[in-house]
Design a protein around this ligand. Structure first.
Ligand code: PGA
Length: 253
């Protein structure tokens, strides 16, 4: 059982310039109800954080996060962005997205180091985990989720675990146009919940588990109603204000 507000996070990935991002954020604010049952979060590219933050300033309905960070606080690492650099701009940082794991060869230990750097900088990590299509075919879903979630969470201080969110994103469902079945999502949530409880030494019902992978405003109510799921990590549909706000509305029901 989760005890906190559902969270709907829009992962814009490598899309939108600062002015385009500002327009999208403005449209999202205009479409959101005055009081939403769900917490709403935007994860724009680094280059949009400041502009989108300006649009959201003073509006408590929508928070801001980054999609990635480096694990060191500073150094000779050309082209990278550290957690302390983000701390004044946003509240959340996504770590371990499958596109980072696959395209940039991020291992479980790199993801863990990033997650710790986010915590040290005073922000909240969203840890993404999920099996590939091949791993699913081979019956490895449970093993992969246990490995990724344990590598991310076990050994943290209890108070640190309580600041985390975990996103179950089956890799085969991302951008696929077809989401996982509710039963599979629930099964994954049970596995992830067991790791969260182990890492926190119990009593971690407030740590949210999100589902991500082809969530749309049409599918949201069914997907996010899956037992154990407290919100969504949305990719493609988060770039369309009407669709994204439809997902928020479905989650808050
Ligand atoms: P999608 O992406 O909603 O486009 O499937 C989800 C994600 O990658 O976070």
């Amino acid at each position: 059982m989760t005890t906190s507000r559902p969270l709907v996070a829009g992962n814009w990935k490598m899309h939108l310039t600062p002015s385009e991002g500002s327009s999208l954020a403005t449209e999202i604010l205009a479409r959101l109800p005055r009081h939403s049952a769900a917490e709403v979060l935007l994860l724009p590219p680094f280059t949009c954080l400041s502009a989108v933050g300006g649009v959201l300033a003073g509006d408590t309905r929508v928070g801001l996060g980054a999609q990635n960070c480096h694990w060191e606080p500073a150094g000779a690492v050309t082209g990278e962005i550290s957690a302390p650099m983000l701390a004044g701009l946003c509240q959340y940082v996504l770590v371990g997205h499958s596109e980072r794991r696959q395209l940039f060869h991020e291992t479980d230990s790199i993801v863990r180091a990033k997650l710790e750097s986010v915590l040290r900088a005073g922000m909240s990590p969203i840890l993404a985990v999920g099996e590939t299509g091949e791993e699913r075919q081979a019956g490895l879903t449970r093993a992969v989720l246990l490995r990724q979630a344990k590598a991310g969470l076990v050994g943290l201080e209890r108070a640190e675990v309580l600041r985390c969110t975990v996103a179950y994103e089956p890799v085969w469902a991302i951008g696929a146009g077809a989401a996982a079945e509710a039963a599979e999502i629930t099964e994954a949530a049970i596995i992830l919940r067991s790791v969260i409880e182990e890492a926190a030494h119990g009593g971690a019902g407030g740590v949210r588990i999100l589902y991500g992978g082809s969530v749309t405003s049409q599918s949201a109510a069914q997907l996010l109603g899956a037992p154990g799921i407290a919100g969504a990590l949305v990719g493609g549909a988060s770039l369309r204000a009407a669709d994204f706000c439809g997902i928020v509305a479905a989650t808050g029901r």
